[in-house]
Write a protein that binds this ligand. Structure first.
Ligand code: ADP
Length: 478
């Protein structure tokens, strides 16, 4: 089987170890073989990115547009093939995987346009005869550390703005999903991007990841992953005064009010909580339901999840794929035990599912009669497990929704305009959804949260410029 290498300074190079990438839908299938690097390879990649930085910072908008547009076009043209690869290595269903690849392509197209839209300001000074200009400059070498749950879209939404705004990049993708990162690196490598502007080093978080975060020539780190890792990265970056941006977990509430349209509420809950196997930081894991609709809602969600087909991510009838690996499946099952022991009542699901192929399957689970201080309501599970919290009214529902360490996404299902407006104004989350699932966001607008969910400026859309540039104020005597 072909060995996929690291991309450093425009060349494919060997690392120090080899990792087989296993299909979570069928543990007998090796999706690919990937070489992994450590501190030495990170050093080489950062050096290459540093050498390439001045010329890329001086590149014009047309060159950046052409490169990003090429990358976006190839990703879109190969959406089906790359989607299949993604589904095989990560376990989301084929339509979800193809959708994610499409999104990655659109992101490159969007930032191709952003490269053309870079602008500054020219402002008269308070001092007569003086002019002031405010412009944005690239940071230099940016390090990116990405998770496995969106193995092509998250690298895309970091790489594309970094390049559009004139930075050079070292990407350290997640250990579990090197295939999508490699495919993306291969496309970037074949574009007209000068060697060294983009580099990719697979490897362990504690080795390659840590080396990247600590490297003194890396001006900024953009990270998506767990709160625990994010906290360590923040401390390391502060220590050497590097810029950083963190996207971490969520424990996202979906409020369902008595006046909600039941079908809409059920569709939002089932999509938000269980699709992509619950492996989304925007998943709706806490369903906060007012008393008048509670029983009807619970019965309808329960019926719906009983009909969901759990199975091989690439099978045409599958609606819920496997957990990404055995460790994640064990974690999900452990939370089932924790929930039961805490006194939550299981309506259905939460069991290992045996399919024709040996994979990490479990049935979607719904707990009711839960309290917000239970661990299953405080901690991010990252599996197809949702809880229901009963609330008397909007006010209590809002209090429960906001009573969480996280603040990524929050949703409400209601037909009341005033309730929707109240919710949008008072939900303490970075993204708020009305009559829509908490997961599922656009690529041209900001993404990010509050509290333990995010740190630093927003990702995506034009707001990405905040992180990937630094502002310069120039004064000149006319
Ligand atoms: P998850 O639980 O989703 O795997 P992690 O935060 O462990 O979340 O992983 C997200 C990314 O962070 C991965 O690319 C991983 O390799 C990387 N990572 C893990 N530990 C560290 C670390 N100490 N320093 C830098 N990166 C790390």
């Amino acid at each position: 089987m072909e060995l996929h290498k690291l991309l450093i300074g425009g060349k494919w190079v060997d690392g120090s170890r080899v990792r087989d990438n296993i299909n979570p839908s069928d543990v007998t299938e090796v999706v690919g073989r990937f070489t992994e690097g450590g501190a030495g390879e990170i050093d080489a990649a950062v050096a290459a990115a540093g050498e390439a930085a001045p010329a890329w910072a001086a590149s014009g908008p047309q060159q950046r547009f052409d490169v990003l547009d090429f990358i976006g076009s190839e990703i879109l043209a190969r959406k089906q093939e790359l989607g299949l690869l993604l589904a095989r290595e990560e376990g989301k269903t084929l339509p979800e995987a193809v959708g994610e690849v499409g999104r990655a392509g659109q992101i490159f197209k969007f930032y191709a346009g952003e490269a053309l839209r870079l602008r500054g300001e020219r402002i008269p000074s308070t001092r007569p005869g003086v002019m002031v200009e405010v412009t944005r400059e690239p940071l230099g070498v940016v390090g990116m550390i990405t998770p496995w749950n969106f193995p092509i879209a998250i690298p895309a939404w970091k790489i594309a703005p970094a390049l559009a705004f004139g930075n050079t990049v070292v990407l350290k993708p997640a250990e579990l999903t090197p295939a999508c990162a490699w495919a993306l690196a291969d496309i970037i490598h074949r574009s007209d991007l000068p060697p060294g502007v983009f580099n990719m080093v697979n490897g362990a978080g504690s080795e390659a990841g840590a080396a990247l975060v600590q490297h003194r020539d890396v001006a900024g780190i953009s990270f998506t992953g767990s709160v625990e890792t994010g906290r360590g990265i923040a401390a390391a970056c502060i220590g050497r005064m590097a810029k950083f941006q963190l996207e971490m977990g969520g424990k996202n509430p979906l409020i369902v009010l008595d006046d909600a349209d039941l079908d809409t509420a059920v569709a939002c809950a089932v999509n938000g909580a269980f699709f992509s196997t619950g492996q989304r930081c925007t998943a709706s894991s806490r369903l906060i339901v007012t008393e008048g609709i509670h029983d009807r809602f619970v019965n309808a969600v329960s019926e719906k999840i009983a009909s969901l087909v759990v199975g091989d991510a690439v099978a045409s009838d599958t609606q819920i794929g496997p957990a990404v690996d055995g460790r994640q499946l064990e974690k999900n099952l452990a939370y089932m035990d924790i929930g039961r022991k805490e006194g939550a009542e299981l309506v259905r699901g939460g069991e290992r599912v045996t399919c024709e192929k040996d994979g990490f399957y479990m049935s979607p689970a719904l707990f009711v009669n839960t309290r917000n201080d239970m661990r299953i309501n405080r901690e991010e599970i990252f599996g197809p497990i949702a809880t229901v919290l009963k609330a008397a009214d909007l006010e209590e529902a809002m209090a429960l929704a906001n009573d969480t360490p996280f603040g990524l996404s929050a949703g409400i299902c209601t037909t009341s305009l005033s309730a929707a407006e109240h919710f949008k104004a008072n939900a303490r989350a970075g993204m708020v959804m009305v009559n829509l699932p908490t997961a599922g966001v656009d690529y041209h607008v900001p993404f990010g949260g509050t509290k333990a969910s995010s740190y630093g400026s927003r990702e995506q859309g034009s707001h990405a410029a905040e992180f990937y540039t630094t502002v310069k104020t120039a004064y000149q005597l006319a």
